[in-house]
Design a protein. Structure first.
Length: 468
């Protein structure tokens, strides 16, 4: 029984049967063990209230909520804390190492003697304190500390950029949700308009002033309006999910937000595109983080150079040696004596299998790589600012056009409605005017949301937390 148990135990160990811990075949799903399953209920923070102090959330309140709730900001923060701790660890090499060791026990040692071997049996207890300190390392510690500090700076700046990413994600999702909600209102207005048109055409048909095909055309437009309304409601649900992700809350938490109509339209940019690009190259945290990575690689290159030099260190120890031993039997000799040492050690690695040579080449290539990545990031940042700038300029013009289009479409529809009632225009002309009015409403909503998002995109591309 014990043998069977032992065989079954070893058969389940990964060092002897690793295939048992992988999928059985290429066509069968892997069945995870109990310790790999998700918990019954993932720990999520409680959802916020649907309104804040009885009123819908505005953009500033949503940004504040996202910065407190979004797990990406907390992850970036913890990464910054961990990197700062690594910087603190790099300073440990500047301090002496102090350790204590205590050995105790029984031993029997056999020695060769002229006539016959002898044996020493002894009980031993030897406590000891040891001190070691590097006196000179030709820049190893300094380079390692500088690399750790620059790495911490890079992660801290990446944390700042993450905050900007979260803010921009909230702005984009907020404007998307506000636009989707405005589309629902516009779709309801269009449906009311289509129902009124269908009712007017039906009345004229009953009076013999309109044909059945004309009535069917009005019914078709009404059905299309119902479809557009349901589609707009689906867009609201999708936008609510995107906003929930940006906020870091459950998707089934439907917050009430301010309407798109309540959002002020962005003013003209105060700076030209060249000035905005220069501003981005000066203040974007991700570019500064990449510059810190360049300095990190340069510090590691200096560390690789220092590895060619020797190190000088000091070591000292003090302890007690308590022995009770016998040589080939009694008598027992008791010894209690101090032990101490003070040493200077000069270590210079003469040959390390070309490790230092390749480490130096690797560090030099890493430094060149970091500088190239910085240039690529700067070019990408300038392209983002350029694109965001002209997207904003175009969005402004499109918004102005959309307002004019809506005004003209409303006037055209009212004119066609009056002439249709007087029998001076056809149902096709009336329905065409209604369709153009509905399209103009959607165009105005989309253009305003696009303008607001484009303004936020300029701020994000420049690396600012406010509109430039």
């Amino acid at each position: 029984m014990i043998t069977a148990f032992g065989c079954s135990y070893w058969a389940e160990q990964p060092e002897l049967a690793p295939e048992r811990f992988a999928p059985a075949s290429a066509v069968e799903a892997w069945q995870p063990p109990a310790d790999a399953a998700l918990p019954a209920h993932l720990s999520l923070p409680p959802p916020p209230s649907q309104t804040l102090h009885g009123h819908p959330y505005d953009l500033i309140e949503l940004i504040d909520l996202a910065l407190r709730r979004n797990p990406e900001t907390r992850a970036a923060w913890q990464e910054a804390i961990a990197t700062a701790a690594a910087y603190g660890r790099s300073r440990a090499a500047y301090y002496p190492y102090l350790t204590s060791v205590a050995q105790g026990g029984y031993s029997r040692l056999v020695f060769q003697a002229p006539n016959s071997p002898g044996a020493i049996t002894q009980w031993q207890f030897a406590p000891q304190v040891e001190l070691s300190y590097v006196l000179l390392d030709f820049g190893r510690r300094r380079a390692a500390t500088q690399a750790a500090r620059q790495q911490s700076i890079a992660v801290n700046l990446s944390f700042n950029r993450k905050l900007q990413e979260v803010v921009f994600a909230v702005e984009r999702a907020f404007y998307g949700l506000a636009a989707a909600q405005a589309s629902v209102i516009a779709a309801q207005q269009n449906l009311t308009l289509a129902q009124a048109n269908r009712s007017a055409v039906t009345q004229r048909r009953d009076l013999g002033l309109a044909t059945q095909p004309q009535a069917l055309l009005a019914i078709q437009v009404e059905a299309q309006s119902v479809y557009d309304l349901e589609n707009a409601r689906v867009m609201v649900r999708d936008a609510q999910a995107r906003l929930a992700v940006a906020l870091g809350i459950r998707a089934d938490t439907a917050l009430q937000v301010q309407s798109l109509q309540a959002q002020p339209v962005a003013a003209n940019l105060r700076l030209q595109v060249e000035q905005l690009i220069d501003t981005a190259l000066r203040q974007r945290p991700d570019l500064a983080a990449q510059m810190a990575r360049v300095r990190t690689s340069e510090a590691r290159l200096r560390q690789a150079h220092a590895a060619w030099m020797p190190t000088l260190s000091f070591s000292g120890a003090y302890g007690e040696s308590d022995l009770a031993y016998q040589w080939n039997g009694p008598p027992t000799v008791d010894v209690n004596t101090p032990q101490y040492s003070a040493l200077l050690t000069l270590q210079w690695d003469i040959f390390t299998g070309f490790d230092r040579l390749n480490a130096d080449a690797q560090a030099r290539a890493d430094a060149a790589l970091a500088r190239a990545q910085l240039q690529a990031a700067a070019l990408d940042a300038s392209a983002q600012v350029w694109q965001a700038y002209y997207d904003f300029q175009a969005a402004q013009k499109k918004f102005a056009y959309a307002r004019s289009l809506l005004s003209a479409s409303q006037e055209a529809y009212q004119a066609n409605l009056q002439t249709y009632a007087q029998g001076l225009s056809t149902i096709v002309e009336l329905l065409t005017a209604a369709r153009d009015l509905a399209s103009a409403r959607y165009t105005l909503i989309e253009s305003k949301a696009e303008l607001l998002t484009a303004s936020a995109a300029v701020s994000y591309a420049v690396g600012a937390s406010f509109a430039p």
